[in-house]
Write a protein that binds this ligand. Structure first.
Ligand SMILES: [Zn+2]
Length: 67
C-alpha cells in the first residue's frame, strides 16, 4: 500500500515524504486526503496555476480536503 504524502491546505503544495508542514505556509493545515496531482513548471503560463493561485513551480494537488 502506498502512503499518500501530505498536501498543504493553503497553497496545495504536495509535501515530501515524511513532511507534515508546508515550508511556505507553516501554520496552514495539511491533509493526506487530496486528489488531482499536477506538476506546474511555468506558473505564469498555466491556467491551472492561476486557478490554484500558484506562483511557484512545483507539485500540487488540485483538491485538498481538510477535516
Ligand atoms: Zn502551503
Amino acid at each position: 500500500m502506498v502512503k499518500m504524502p501530505f498536501s498543504c491546505g493553503e497553497c496545495h503544495l504536495v509535501l515530501k515524504d515524511g513532511v507534515d508542514q508546508c515550508p511556505r505556509c507553516p501554520s496552514a493545515p495539511v491533509s493526506s486526503d487530496w486528489t488531482g496531482y499536477v506538476i506546474i513548471v511555468n506558473p505564469e503560463r498555466s491556467e491551472i496555476a492561476k486557478r490554484l493561485q500558484v506562483d511557484k513551480p512545483g507539485r500540487y494537488a488540485l483538491k485538498v480536503n481538510i477535516r
